[in-house]
Design a protein around this ligand. Structure first.
Ligand code: APR
Ligand code: ZN
Length: 381
């Protein structure tokens, strides 16, 4: 059946449903779109599931500089429908994840042993176009932009080959979409980037999807104390179940949260993570670290043009401030392994998924997200 279906659509424009952000802050509209066939070194994917990440919400609200109208979503799992000329790493029928940060294996980041922020990324800045500077999406005769080399809120998408990773054929496609972003971003920040040490103290600002995955990583690394900070106390029970030992709501504190963390730990934490994307909480995370050996990781995506202001003389005391994207993983090399690790019960992503809804209930999913009810809601096509 599938073979016949693949032969029917390959090389042809596909008409399907997709969510479009027409203008800044407007509600997403589910529309009929035309998806062009993949050009050379591109892959067309039939989406199976996609997570709603905080970054998608920032993008739709216009907090990041993206070109409108665009199709949001970057945390996706799907099956390759067809491939363009010269594609060799995937073939029709393969299970794949979309990658918001590609791995071209040719640029300065990709060639450096530690770099993962590939120069072919389209997040900072974002053009919303494929590598040849054109789009594959049209709606009502209008060009629709892509987002983050992914655009997963659509039944079919087209991405460059460098932004797609083949995963294990046994992967449960209704779940593994979160291994395209949330899991490497959070869990990876703790285990791979910070390399949280056994017996250490940690603080995590933001206990949403990404923060929860950070907590999982801290716990898996043997942290002895994990302080969780969130203004939504509904997030606390699940965070505790994942390993948070102390929960703080900054709104209920009489002192700045960093001062409370300092007092709780006497000297400051070994590792601090910011998973919200706000300058204030970034500063609070920095100020929560041990002055000499504390390591502060910035995981949240801040809004465009926002600035971070730190006390300059304090810098010399020795703390490390590090930004991290997708857990510093070289995406095509490392993300498929996380899927395999999940299949082999080495990591358990299930507690990170709180909701699954059909794609046409996208608005309900965003309502639940805005109401602070979700850790991750996955949309199913
Ligand atoms: N102080 C503490 N917690 C806050 C604050 C604040 N000022 N503002 C928001 N929060 C909490 C929210 O209550 C929520 O639980 O931060 C959490 C953010 O989680 P999500 O909205 O689920 O977003 P998530 O997908 O986890 O992404 C978090 O990481 O990848 C980036 O762009 C993404 O910047 C975003 C961040
Ligand atoms: Zn690269």
């Amino acid at each position: 059946m599938e073979r016949k279906f693949i032969m029917d659509t390959s090389g042809k424009t596909i008409t399907c449903r997709a969510a479009i952000a027409w203008k800044t802050g407007s509600t997403l509209a589910i529309e009929e779109v035309q998806v062009d066939p993949p050009k050379a070194r591109e892959v067309r994917i039939k989406m199976i599931s996609t997570g709603i990440c905080g970054t998608d919400d920032h993008a739709v609200k216009g907090l990041l500089s993206l070109n409108f109208p665009f199709i949001p979503g970057h945390e996706g799992a799907g099956i390759v429908e067809s491939i363009g000329e010269g594609v060799s790493s995937v073939k029709p029928g393969d299970k794949v994840l979309t990658l918001a940060i590609p791995q071209c294996r040719e640029c300065s980041s990709c060639l450096h042993p530690k770099g993962n922020f590939c120069e072919k990324q389209d997040v900072l800045p974002s053009s919303g176009l494929m590598l040849d500077k054109t789009s594959r999406f049209t709606c009502k005769g209008k060009k629709i932009y892509h987002s983050f080399r992914a655009s997963t809120f659509t039944e079919y998408t087209v991405v460059p080959e460098i932004a797609v990773a083949k995963i294990d054929a046994a992967a449960p496609m209704d779940k593994v979409s979160i291994i395209s972003c949330e899991v490497p971003t959070g869990y990876g920040a703790a285990v791979n980037s910070a390399k949280v040490t056994r017996g250490s103290t940690c603080v995590v600002f933001g206990l949403g999807g990404v923060g929860s995955a950070i907590v999982m990583g801290c716990k898996a690394s043997g942290a002895s104390r994990i302080i969780g900070v969130d203004i939504n106390e509904e997030k606390f029970p699940r965070a505790r179940a994942l390993g948070v030992t102390d929960c703080l709501n900054p709104h209920n504190l009489k002192k700045p949260v960093q001062q409370v963390v300092m007092e709780m730990t006497r000297v400051g934490v070994d590792f601090a993570f910011e998973a919200i994307g706000l300058s204030d909480t970034m500063i609070a995370a920095w100020d929560s670290c041990h002055r000499s050996y504390g390591i502060c990781l910035m995981v949240g995506v801040a809004s465009s043009n926002s600035q971070l202001s730190l006390n300059a003389p304090d810098i010399i005391s020795g703390r490390t401030l590090k930004g991290v994207c997708l857990g510093d993983y070289k995406t095509r090399d490392c993300i498929p392994q996380l899927v395999t690790d999940y299949l082999q019960n080495k990591i358990n992503i299930d507690p990170l998924i709180t909701h699954q809804l059909p794609f046409d209930q996208l608005h309900k999913a965003f309502e639940l997200y805005h109401a602070g009810k979700t850790i991750r809601c996955i949309l199913l096509f």
